[in-house]
Design a protein around this ligand. Structure first.
Ligand SMILES: [Zn+2]
Length: 367
């Protein structure tokens, strides 16, 4: 790296300025993407046009935006630096704009303030310090990656588990702030020196997943590893049944019509124990071969908790009547496993050890 050629003072300046720049980096977080209205509250605020930042009016208290409101794209800037949306406090300001007749609400704030709301949104404040610090680095790394490859032209990330759960001020605590301060500027990089898209999930169920089958050929990729730490924690084992009519309805809602379902088959398991493909056929010649993560999306992420499961088909008169799944883990299973990281933290393993375990081959660097 070119840094090695710098004199110590230049290097120090570079590092300090680099960290300042990262701390002051602004992120754009979509709180809602398709709202029919948007209500914001602030003791005192200034409403500005997003283009040109012209002041439109000053006000206080509650303001409700609806599609078709006179100003199509505005920024509500609270005098105190804090506003309330949907009963929850947020730092920074809120941009509200109309898109295809719906309202998009985007919270713009400093990266580290955002991350404080993520660490506390993702895991409880009473989880151990190493776990908090490991998640702080993973969340920062994921966000920095998305800053370079935003989810949308108008925002970088969304505030849900589609990206990272962002709880605003509710997520802030001594634990989340402390973890971020202790790891300031630190991100994970792959072997090629590029920032990792540091996915993480609630529980891997005993073996994390390669990133490639779940998210496609990400570069750098994340490799699955056996995880002995999350065994026996909440959600490490579950079972769930779906009546076949529910499966038919969920496929139809996804634009895949089915008549009478005649068979549902799993073809192949990957090395982490996750189903590869599921094929559903009916008596009218329809046939859908779904990647397991698409099958999970169709059935519902919260109902089929992971693809690390075994499926059995209950039949009557040679026709499937229900699908039964016995599985482990909750979530896509790529990268850090939060419940495993909890156990590692309880065993006083350092956050660097936690990150090394889940992001094998990645290096921890300050940017
Ligand atoms: Zn795990």
């Amino acid at each position: 790296m070119a840094l090695k050629k710098c004199c110590p003072l230049t290097l120090l300046l570079f590092l300090v300025l680099g960290q300042l720049a990262l701390a002051e980096t602004r992120v754009r977080i979509a709180l809602q993407e398709k709202g029919s209205s948007c209500t914001v509250e602030s003791e005192a605020y200034t409403l500005k046009a997003t283009a040109g930042a012209q002041v439109l009016r000053k006000g206080q208290g509650q303001v409700t935006f609806r599609p078709g409101f006179p100003e199509k794209d505005v920024m509500l800037v609270p005098a105190s630096g804090v506003f309330t949306w949907n009963g929850r406090g947020y730092r920074g300001y809120l941009r509200v704009f109309e898109r295809e007749g719906k309202l998009v609400a985007v919270n713009v704030l400093n990266l580290e303030d955002y991350l404080a709301g993520v660490v506390g949104g993702e895991i409880p404040a009473d989880w151990p310090g190493p776990t908090q610090r490991a998640l702080a680095v993973a969340a920062r790394t994921y966000a920095v990656y998305l800053l370079g490859d935003p989810r949308d032209s108008e925002y970088d990330l969304v505030a849900t588990d589609q990206d990272q759960v962002y709880a605003g001020l509710d997520g802030e605590s001594f634990a989340s702030r402390g973890a971020l301060d202790d790891t300031r500027g630190q991100v994970l990089k792959g072997a090629d020196g590029r920032v990792l898209k540091a996915y993480y999930s609630s529980s891997c169920g005993g073996h994390t997943s390669d990133s490639e089958p779940v998210f496609g050929p990400e570069v750098p990729s994340i490799k699955g590893v056996p995880d002995p730490y999350c065994a026996g924690t909440a959600g490490s084992h579950w079972s769930r049944s779906f009546p076949i009519e529910t499966v038919r309805k969920r496929f139809a809602a996804d634009g895949k019509p089915l008549a009478k379902i005649t068979s549902v088959q799993v073809s192949g398991y990957d090395p982490s124990g996750r189903m590869s493909f599921i094929t559903v056929k009916d008596d009218q010649g329809h046939e859908y071969r779904e990647k397991s993560q698409d099958f999970r999306r169709i059935l519902g992420y919260r109902e089929l908790r992971s693809t690390r499961c075994k499926m059995t088909v209950k039949e009557q008169s040679s026709r499937p009547v229900s699908l039964h799944f016995q599985g482990g883990g909750w979530g896509h299973g790529v990268g850090l496993c939060q419940w495993g990281a909890l156990v590692m933290g309880e065993k006083h393993m350092g956050y660097q050890a936690i990150l090394r375990h889940y992001y094998r081959g990645a290096t921890l660097e300050k940017i």
